[in-house]
Every structure is written in C-alpha cells, then in structure tokens.
Write a protein that binds this ligand. Sequence first.
Ligand SMILES: *Cc1c(COP(=O)(O)O)cnc(C)c1O
Length: 356
Amino acid sequence: MIDGICAERLWVCEAMRRIQADFNRSADTHLIKVDLPAFQEQTLYLKDESIHPSGSLKHRLARSLYLYGLCNGRIGPDTVIVESSSGSTAVSEAYFAKILGLRFIAVVPRGTAQSKLDQIRFYGGETRAVEAADIYREAERTAEELGGYYMDQFTFAERATDWRGNNNIAESLFAQLQLEEHSLPEWVVMSAGTGGTSATIGRYIRYRGDLSAKTRLCVADPENSVFYDHFVSRDPALRIATRSRIEGIGRPRVEASFQPQVIDRMMQVADAASIATIHWLEGILGRKCGGSTGTNVWACLHLMAEMREAGRTGSVVTLICDGGERYLDTYYDDAWLQAQGLDISAPLAWVKRLTT
Ligand SMILES: *Cc1c(COP(=O)(O)O)cnc(C)c1O
C-alpha cells in the first residue's frame, strides 16, 4: 500500500538516483599543469571546472544544493525551484531541474545578458527580471507564492557542500597533485561569488594536517565588491551600489556563505587586469576562459613572482571557473571594453614581461 508520504519518499529516492547517475556518468575535471619558462621553480596548476556538463564550477554547487534540499525534505515532486542568480548557478540549477522534472524559475537582475537567459531557458528554466537590488526579496516572495523552494545559493553554498571530502573540489584537486614535484601547494587561489568554494577549500586545508602546515588560501576580489573590505574590517553591514563586471564574483553585500576566517590572505584585482590575464592565457592554453579565471590567475602570478623573488619553490593552484564562449560579446569584444573604459594594454604588458 502506498500512501502520500510513501509516494513522496519514493520520488525522492528516484531523484537521488538521477542526481547520482549524472555524477556517475561524469569524469572528474582535469588538473592542467602550466609550464611558464620564466618560472622554473614555481609551477602553476589550473583545475578546469569549465568542462562540467552545465559549463562551470556551479555544476558542483547545483548538485550539492539539490541534494541538500532533497535530504532536508524541502524538495518534492511538485516543488517549484526558485533561485536568485543571473549567471552560472541558474544555468546549472536549471540543468538539474530538468533531470528531476521540476519547474525552475531564476529571478534575475534586469539587464542580464541575453546569452545567459538563453542558457537558462535551454534547460527549460524560466526567468523573471527585477531590479538588481530586489533579486533576493523577489526570489523569496516567488517561492512563497508558488509554495516552492528558494535555493538561496548565497546563504547555503557553504553548508550544502561536504567540506570533509566526498569528492568535493578540494579533495579532488589535492589528490590530483599527489604525484607532482610539489604535491602540497604553497597557495590555493580562488575568487568569491557565494564564497562557497573558498570556504570548502579553506576548511579542507585545516582538516588535513599535512596541508594545514604548508598550504595557504588566497582569495582574489574584483572591483565593485565588499569582500575585500569585509576581510579587513569584518564589518557585516558593508554595502555598495555598483555591480561587479567580473561575472560570478564580487558582491555588493557580505554574503552569509563567505567565510573570512578560513582565508589566509586576500588580494584586490583590477577588472582590466582580470581581463588582460584571460587574453594572455588564451595564448598559453589555446582557448578562452571566463573573467573570474583571469582574476584567479592574475593573483597566482603575483604570488609566484613573490615566491621567485624570495627564492621559494613550490606550486600554486587555482580554478578555471568557466569557459570564455559565454563572454565573446563582453571580455573578448573591443567595443565592449572601450565602452566600459577598460584599457587592458598596461596589465597585458605586465603579464607578458613577468612570464617571459
Ligand atoms: C560562482 C562563480 C565563482 C565563485 O565561486 P563561489 O563558490 O560562488 O564563490 C567564480 N567564477 C564563476 C564564473 C562563478 O560562476
């Protein structure tokens, strides 16, 4: 006999199977070793998160948020999934909503790029555009109105991910470094959007004694973000009105998922420097990456230069967060750069000089 509760539990069972099956079909993401002749004793590694089925590191977060919602009894067969996001998170969450046969609504800031909206809709997701300042409130309201579930990535990213392992990004990247000359890195560098990835890496470093004694976490922050100032002052009320131009990272308020106490150092990176770095990186990797990858790699190069100057050998690791195809009409478009007042020539010359 199957009553209501049982039917729902069976649905959750099937939902879990589908999410695990997606994971089981997927290979781990590659760790790429980047050889830079100017750095003989300092090695850069990039973990390529752009190759996930839904195109970015947010594939991991979306999977974790769905599992979290399912295991907490918050997502059932008729639950409408709602998220506040203009970017990769909504794309990845729409991907999983489709796998589970759930309705998905992304509450996005007005002015979100058409290509992003198209990707969300590609997976059957719906979008609702509101004023940027209202996306959190509107997402919450929409979920309430429809009896749905607000995923709330900016609150739950840090706790939805199992920081002790379970093939989280930290466990995976340190395992992939195991046979390298410098298997325990000097630095892991990441930028913060929700702050979830840096929280997972920082916690995992502390959890593993061997890493704890050697490896530090540096978070790189773009312009138009409060994270850097919050790291310095720990003021939770910081706010700014402008939006970050580096998609996926930099926030106008201190997000609950951001965990400064597990970060060893932060670095501010100018937007022109982030974008110059992905243009340089295209010549190294033979392909385009998203802007936040530029922010990450710029910070890595700074740390490597510091190590070289101090005569320290070792490895520095960061992430390719997403691919550059999503940004052909922005970071890779001269007219867009000009309209934004971004001149990448000086930072581009600096990177070239540093690395050759
Ligand atoms: C979300 C995101 C980040 C930052 O990751 P968090 O874990 O949310 O801090 C970096 N780059 C891109 C492209 C992203 O979408």
